[in-house]
Design a protein around this ligand. Structure first.
Ligand SMILES: Cc1cc2nc3c(=O)[nH]c(=O)nc-3n(C[C@H](O)[C@H](O)[C@H](O)COP(=O)(O)O)c2cc1C
Ligand code: SF4
Length: 420
């Protein structure tokens, strides 16, 4: 029996996914019609029952976010869809925008109804040029079919290639035409968001799940997943597994072993090699090793194991990859993408790379010295990690060391010349 599910991805195989008529044939826009006869409170009650956790990375409960915004005074309220998807190894929002754009728009329109909004913005990663065009066509089709009512409209905004613009406050600055750097919080974006107005920011996959929740009911959505978080999750498999791509899995029903080794999902490690480690949730997520393969893929089980769902990325690495080289490349990514606003992140990442370079040179040329050298480096490394985590201005710098810390824990022999 297949371990995969088809909930969110129903309709992804449509020959014409931009056609409103085709979408209506599979129940498209029925959730919007249903929502139009409900009160905002009734819609939010379903989202809360569904226990939909935000799919953008931070896993914040969508229902609570919506409820909080509903009770905030002020209008207009804005709806913003985070489609920046700059996270390496993450490409599931691209699939939704490409193949399920009408479902995404329906979710955004339901949010528009709840908050009596007039404008929604989809902030799309700059590199997704074709996707941006397809989204604009999808919006035109929805408008022509008469679904965009009461002055409500949806706009597509292009990012310009900065990873930090995925952070929700930087994204709002960039949408307003300012430099894409994070804002200080509080005030929270729900209160002072886009153009300083109350604003809802959700990820593409979060919005695309809304029609499903309204159609099947929050309780059924919850049951299809894990008691702590309903529904399915789109995961992005890449690296050294045999099969790579986007897969829809039920939350809480599969283990990491299922994901990496099931013939229909990862298919095991390519070229007859062994698994060395996997990196979950994006560059700011932790690395796990083979001892953790029986961890259930749910938000709470992964968290207990020191891992995270994050963006849904599952990067699989085989035994040939030196872990220090891998975390060096992660750190280089953070150096390139740091917005430079605060010292712990801007300088901290550079210092981390220096230390990692020293370590990898010693490991490659004078392995026997690693044990003597390691304690002082370890201290330097851990002090730096703590400073960056505690003192960085935004989530970027606060989580930039997650891969490094977890790698140093699981692969102490490579970092410190110790055996596990
Ligand atoms: C550096 C950084 C990059 C981020 N990139 C993205 C992104 O590309 N897409 C996304 O949806 N959320 C991203 N986030 C998370 C957002 O700040 C925010 O939590 C999310 O858009 C909220 O939507 P959700 O609750 O539906 O997940 C990022 C956060 C940080 C700190
Ligand atoms: S932690 Fe600081 S330097 Fe790094 S991205 Fe955030 S604001 Fe910019």
């Amino acid at each position: 029996m297949s371990k995969l599910v088809k909930m969110l991805t129903v309709g992804a195989d449509s020959a014409d996914s931009l056609s409103v008529a085709e979408y209506e044939k599979i129940g498209g826009f029925s959730a919007l019609k249903k929502a139009a006869s409900c009160t905002p409170e009734e819609i939010i009650a379903e989202v809360k029952k569904a226990k939909l956790l935000g799919r953008g990375g931070a896993a914040y409960p969508a229902g609570s976010k919506w409820e909080h915004l509903l009770h905030i005074e002020g209008s207009p309220k804005y709806i913003v869809c985070n489609a920046d998807e700059g996270e390496p190894g993450t490409f599931k929002d691209r699939l939704i925008m490409d193949k399920l754009s009408l479902k995404l728009l329906e979710g955004i329109m339901i949010a528009g109804l709840v908050f009596s909004a007039k404008s929604a913005y989809i902030y799309v990663r700059g590199e997704y040029r074709k996707i941006q065009k397809r989204l604009i066509s999808a919006i035109e089709n929805v408008r022509a079919a008469g679904y965009l009512k009461n002055g409500f409209d949806i706009h597509v905004i292009s990012g310009a290639g900065a990873y930090v613009c995925g952070e929700n406050s930087a994204l709002l600055n960039s949408t307003e035409g300012r430099v894409g750097r994070p804002r200080i919080k509080p005030p929270h974006l729900a209160e002072v968001g886009l153009f300083l107005q109350p604003t809802l920011v959700n990820n593409v996959e979060s919005f695309a799940n809304i029609p499903l929740i309204i159609n099947m009911g929050g309780d059924n959505f919850l049951q299809a997943g894990h008691p702590d978080s309903g529904g399915s999750k789109l995961i992005c498999l890449s690296g050294h597994c045999k099969n790579r791509g986007v897969f829809e899995i039920p939350l809480g029903k599969l283990t990491l072993r299922d994901i990496i080794y099931d013939a229909e999902i990862g298919g095991g490690i390519a070229d007859g090699k062994k698994l060395k480690f996997f990196h979950l949730g994006g560059q700011s997520g932790a690395i796990g090793n083979a001892d953790q393969l029986d961890t259930v893929y749910s938000y709470s089980d992964l968290r207990k194991a020191g891992l995270s769902v994050g963006s849904g990325a599952v990067v699989v690495m085989d035994e040939s990859v030196p872990v220090i080289e891998y975390v060096k490349s992660v750190t280089e990514f953070f150096i390139d993408e740091s917005c430079g606003k605060c010292v712990p992140c801007r300088e901290g990442n550079r210092q981390l790379l220096k230390i990692l370079q020293e370590l990898s040179e010693i490991a490659a040329t004078k392995k026997e010295q690693l044990k003597t050298y390691a304690p002082s480096v370890k201290n330097k490394l851990y002090r730096l990690i703590r400073t960056m985590t505690d003192a960085s201005f935004c989530g970027f710098g606060q989580t930039a060391t997650a891969a490094l810390s977890s790698a140093a824990k699981h692969f102490a022999s490579e970092f410190e010349g110790e055996t596990k």
